[in-house]
Design a protein around this ligand. Structure first.
Ligand code: NAP
Length: 476
C-alpha cells in the first residue's frame, strides 16, 4: 500500500483509470517515484454523473450549518496532516519545504474561511417600483469542474474546491499531470472528514483527454480553471456551447515599480523573492522591474547581492529558499529566454546557469539593458528570470507598465502615499501591493485584468461566483 493514493477517487471509491499512467518525478533528483492512474472520458463521465447524483440527493439541500461543520472537519484533517502534505508537495514539485508547509497550512485556512462564509452567503430584498415583495436567493449551480496547474497544486486546489463546496456544489477536480499527489491526498482527507460520496472527486489525467472531457461534459455547470492563458482561452471556447460559467486565473508579467523616495534598500532586499520564490514559477512573479533612474545602479547592485545570497538547493532542507524547477522542459524554456538575451548583448548580471548536474536547478537570472521589444520583457517566462529597466518620467513608466496583454499583480514602492496610490490605481492589474509584495489574502478577491483572467478566486466573490442568482417576486 502506497503512502499516498495513486488511483482515481470516484463516488467514494478508489479505482484505476483507463488512461496511460502518469509518471511522477522528483525534480530535485530527477528520479521517478510513483505512477498514478489516469482518467479518460469514460471515468470523467462516471465522476460527473456521480457528482450530479450527490448534488440532487443531498449536498444541494443540506442545511448550511451541517455543510459548514463538514468543511471545518476537512480543515482540521488538513491541519493535522500539514507535514505529510508538505513533504509530498516538496517531493513532487521541488518547492522548498518551508514554503510547502506554509501552503498546506494556508489550504486549511481557506477551508476554515469558507466554512465560516457559508453563513454569510446572502441574497437581497429589493424595493421594486410596483410594490409587493422582491428578494434574491443565491443557489448552487450543480457540478463544478476544477482544473488546476502544477505550481501550487495543493493550495490552488483548495482555492477552487472550498468555495464551490461551501456554496453547495459537488466538485470534480482534475490536477495537473505533473503534480497530482496532494490533490489525491485532499480527496482522501475529504473522505476521512465525512464528506458524502461524490461531493469531492479527484481525477488525474491528461489535459487533452480528461480535461477536455470534463470541460465539455453537459452536466458540468461551471469550470474553475487556473493555468496558462493559452489553455484558458481553449477552455472558454469549450465552455461556449453550453454557456458554462467559467472562471479563469491565467498568466502574468507583473511589474515591480521602485521610486527613489522609497525605502529602496528594503525593496532591493525583498524583491528577489517576489520573482524567484517557487523558482519563478508563480503567476504573480514580479518579473518586470521599473526602477527610478537616480537609484538604478545602486538598486541593481543591492538586488544582485540579495539574489546571490539566496539559499538555492535541496528543497527538503528548512533553510532552502529556492528549489529546482518542476521539470526539464520548464527549465529549458527559461534557458531559451536567457540565451536570447545573451545573444542580444543584454547584461546578465548574475545567474542563468545550472548550479550542478543533478536536479532541474537554474540559478536566478537578473538581466538589465533590456528593450521593451525583447521577448524576455514581454512574455511570461515562468522561471527564475527578472528584467530591469530604469525610468525617469512617471507617465512614460506607466505607459510601459501597461503595455502588456497581462494584468495580474504588481508592487509599487514609494514613501509618498499619494503617489503610490495614484500609480496603483493606474496599473492595469487585478491585484497590487504598496511597499510590500504581499498581495494574496484568503479574504480578498484575487484575479487578473486582460489576458490574466476572468473572475476572482478567494474572498466572498469566489463563493458568489459558484452560485446562480434567483429573483423571487411575491405579489400583493
Ligand atoms: P496549463 O498547461 O495551462 O495546465 C493547467 C491545467 O489545464 C492542467 O491541469 C492541464 O492538464 C489542463 N489542461 C491542459 N490542456 C487542457 C485542455 N485542452 N482541456 C482541459 N484542460 C487542459 O498550465 P500549467 O503549465 O500547469 O501552469 C502554469 C500556468 O498557470 C502559468 O501560465 C501561470 O501563470 C498560470 N497560473 C496562474 C495562476 C493565477 O492564479 N492567475 C496561478 C498559478 C498558475 P495537464 O497537466 O494534463 O496538461
Amino acid at each position: 500500500m502506497s503512502e499516498f493514493p495513486t488511483q482515481l477517487l470516484i463516488n467514494g471509491k478508489w479505482i484505476d483509470g483507463s488512461g496511460d499512467g502518469l509518471d511522477i518525478t522528483n525534480p530535485a533528483t530527477e528520479q521517478s517515484f510513483a505512477e498514478i492512474s489516469a482518467a479518460t472520458a469514460g471515468e470523467i463521465n462516471q465522476a460527473v454523473e456521480a457528482g450530479q447524483a450527490a448534488f440532487e440527493s443531498g449536498w444541494r439541500d443540506m442545511p448550511p450549518g451541517q455543510r459548514s461543520e463538514l468543511l471545518h472537519h476537512l480543515a482540521r484533517r488538513i491541519r493535522d496532516n500539514v507535514e505529510s502534505i508538505a513533504q509530498l508537495e516538496t517531493r513532487n514539485v521541488g518547492k522548498p519545504i518551508s514554503d510547502a508547509r506554509w501552503e498546506a497550512d494556508a489550504g486549511a485556512k481557506v477551508f476554515e474561511y469558507y466554512a465560516g462564509a457559508i453563513g454569510h452567503l446572502c441574497g437581497q430584498t429589493i424595493p421594486v417600483a410596483r410594490g409587493g415583495f422582491d428578494f434574491t436567493l443565491r443557489q448552487p449551480m450543480g457540478v463544478i469542474a476544477a482544473i488546476t496547474p502544477w505550481n501550487f497544486p495543493f493550495l490552488i486546489a483548495c482555492w477552487k474546491v472550498a468555495p464551490a463546496l461551501a456554496a453547495g456544489n459537488p466538485v470534480v477536480l482534475k490536477p495537473a499531470s505533473l503534480t497530482p499527489l496532494t490533490a489525491l491526498l485532499l480527496g482522501q482527507l475529504a473522505q476521512e472528514a465525512g464528506l458524502p460520496d461524490g461531493v469531492l472527486q479527484v481525477v488525474p489525467g491528461a489535459g487533452s483527454e480528461a480535461g477536455n472531457a470534463l470541460a465539455t461534459h453537459p452536466l458540468v455547470r461551471k469550470i474553475g480553471f487556473t493555468g496558462s492563458t493559452e489553455i484558458g482561452a481553449k477552455i472558454m471556447k469549450l465552455a461556449a456551447n453550453d454557456i458554462k460559467r467559467v472562471s479563469l486565473e491565467l498568466g502574468g508579467k507583473s511589474p515591480n515599480i521602485v521610486f527613489a523616495d522609497a525605502n529602496w534598500q528594503r525593496a532591493a532586499d525583498e524583491s528577489p523573492m517576489s520573482v524567484f520564490a517557487n523558482t519563478g514559477q508563480d503567476c504573480c512573479a514580479r518579473s518586470r522591474m521599473f526602477v527610478e533612474q537616480s537609484i538604478f545602479d545602486d538598486f541593481v547592485n543591492q538586488f544582485v547581492a540579495a539574489t546571490e545570497a539566496l539559499k538555492i538547493g535541496d528543497p527538503t532542507l528548512d533553510e532552502t529558499q529556492v528549489g529546482p524547477m518542476v521539470c526539464a522542459s520548464q527549465r529549458e524554456l527559461s534557458e531559451t529566454f536567457i540565451a536570447e538575451a545573451r545573444d542580444a548583448n543584454r547584461d546578465i548580471r548574475t545567474g542563468g546557469d545550472r548550479p550542478g548536474d543533478s536536479g532541474f536547478y537554474l540559478n536566478p537570472a537578473v538581466i538589465t539593458g533590456v528593450e521593451t521589444v525583447d521577448r524576455a520583457w514581454r512574455e511570461e517566462i515562468f522561471g527564475p528570470v527578472v528584467c530591469m529597466r530604469p525610468f525617469t518620467d512617471e507617465a512614460e513608466m506607466l505607459r510601459e507598465v501597461n503595455d502588456t496583454n497581462f494584468g495580474l499583480s504588481g508592487s509599487v514602492w514609494s514613501s509618498d502615499l499619494n503617489r503610490a496610490l495614484r500609480v496603483a490605481r493606474q496599473v492595469e492589474s487585478g491585484v497590487i501591493s504598496i511597499n510590500t509584495h504581499s498581495s494574496v489574502h484568503t479574504e480578498a478577491p484575487f484575479g487578473g485584468f486582460k489576458r490574466s483572467g476572468l473572475g476572482r478566486d478567494l474572498g466572498m466573490s469566489a463563493m458568489e461566483a459558484c452560485t446562480e442568482v434567483k429573483n423571487i417576486y411575491v405579489g400583493e
